[in-house]
Design a protein around this ligand. Structure first.
Ligand SMILES: C[S@@+](CC[C@H](N)C(=O)[O-])C[C@H]1O[C@@H](n2cnc3c(N)ncnc32)[C@H](O)[C@@H]1O
Length: 205
């Protein structure tokens, strides 16, 4: 019988408070301008978007204003991170467009095929079981739905960063390794682009 590790996050307490400032810095948003363009370009105002490992709302709060009747489900393991996300959503008047959900990404509790777009920025390298999470993404995505993943590439910087992560975390990815994992989860039209220290993966259900 396979024994699954319990999902864990290091983003709690004082670390979560510091992360709130660090993750949402203006310089990072400038660096990710092309990513925001990509995400917003074809976004339907009625879409259901899943931001997996939403943190303090870096992507959630960028996409929510573009929705009219749709929602961003901000899925997060850490209650401390989610609390900051909810405060920031309220301060921006986006409560109607953002649904905060505390759950592991591998067991979201969302219905089959209920999501139009999944976004995940800097989550996968933290996970104990990436394959289980990608299978969960494939399950909740509707047929034809899109997935956009950004994560660390396997370079010395990516490996160094893992010194600050819990034991058992997956760590950074090779482009081929990430593509294979997405395809093994049943996703199609998989492309993985190298962008400096990061990988940008696109896929469809
Ligand atoms: C590096 S942060 C990135 C946050 C946000 N996506 C961003 O780019 O600013 C990773 C986030 O994933 C969350 N996380 C880690 N493991 C998780 C899991 N198994 N399920 C859901 N969230 C998880 C952490 O609590 C943390 O907030």
């Amino acid at each position: 019988m396979a024994i699954m590790a319990e999902p864990i996050t290091k983003w709690t307490g004082a670390r979560a408070r510091r992360a709130g400032r660090h993750f949402d810095r203006a310089q990072r948003r400038r660096q990710d301008a092309a990513l925001f363009d990509l995400l917003l370009r074809d976004l339907d105002g009625a879409a259901t978007v899943l931001d997996a490992g939403a943190g303090t709302g870096y992507l959630t709060l960028a996409l929510a204003p573009a929705l009219t009747t749709g929602r961003v489900i901000a899925l997060e393991l850490s209650a401390d991170m989610l609390r900051q996300l909810e405060q920031r959503a309220a301060a921006a008047g986006l409560q109607q467009r953002v649904v905060a959900r505390q759950a592991p990404a591998s067991a979201s509790g969302l219905a089959d095929g209920s999501v139009d777009l999944i976004i995940s920025h800097s989550l996968l390298h933290e996970l104990q079981d990436v394959d289980a999470t990608l299978r969960e993404f494939a399950r909740v995505l509707r047929p034809g739905g899109r997935m956009v993943v950004v994560d660390f590439r396997d370079t010395w910087i990516g490996r160094l960063m893992m010194l600050w992560h819990p034991r058992g975390a997956h760590g950074p990815f090779s482009a081929d390794g990430l593509a294979r994992a997405l395809e093994a989860a049943g996703l199609r039209e998989v492309t993985v682009r190298i962008q400096g220290e990061r990988l940008l993966a696109l896929a469809r259900r």
